[in-house]
Design a protein around this ligand. Structure first.
Ligand SMILES: Cc1cc2nc3c(=O)[nH]c(=O)nc-3n(C[C@H](O)[C@H](O)[C@H](O)COP(=O)(O)OP(=O)(O)OC[C@H]3O[C@@H](n4cnc5c(N)ncnc54)[C@H](O)[C@@H]3O)c2cc1C
Length: 116
């Protein structure tokens, strides 16, 4: 879906999208979890603002929508399948088994949040 900086569909203003399905027309970013997760807060805020506006029928008031600003640099870690991993940050790259332990630790910590 093509969306504005506010994650609002450019063709259907009542529809919002975030994550892999959304392409921010002015500021396209890679389809990666780090971007999908950070779009959550502005998505929630914007849906809330639109719903409040509709409930109160404040048609004269413009909803205060929050833009999502993707970060320019982000850390990528990819496992190579043999106990090692490659990290990239901007134009820098590094491969090491230590990075695999780091990635495994990050991923496990993230998944543990869903245990309850
Ligand atoms: C193999 C692989 C490894 C990856 N590794 C990383 C990584 O290490 N780091 C990282 O940052 N990103 C990684 N990514 C990318 C990351 O997974 C995605 O960017 C992220 O999951 C996007 O989140 P999302 O919520 O937009 O979409 P998704 O996580 O794809 O969620 C969409 C959900 O909608 C459901 N769905 C689809 N159609 C319907 C329907 N019609 N009705 C109801 N439900 C539906 C799907 O089942 C799914 O649960 C990886 C992707 C892949 C494929």
């Amino acid at each position: 879906m093509a969306v504005t900086d506010n994650l609002q569909s450019i063709s259907h203003p009542d529809v919002f999208a975030a994550g892999d399905i959304a392409t921010i027309v002015n500021n396209p970013c890679p389809k990666a979890g780090v971007f999908a997760v950070r779009q959550g807060k502005p998505l929630f805020n914007n849906l809330w603002q639109i719903l409040q506006e509709k409930q109160l029928q404040q048609w004269d008031k413009r909803p205060r929508l929050s833009p999502y600003k993707p970060q320019k640099r982000y850390l990528s870690l990819i496992g190579t399948g043999d106990g090692s991993a490659i990290a990239s940050w901007g134009s820098l790259g590094w491969e090491s088994p230590l990075l695999w332990y780091g990635k495994d630790w990050i991923d496990r910590r993230f998944m543990a949040k869903f245990n309850n």
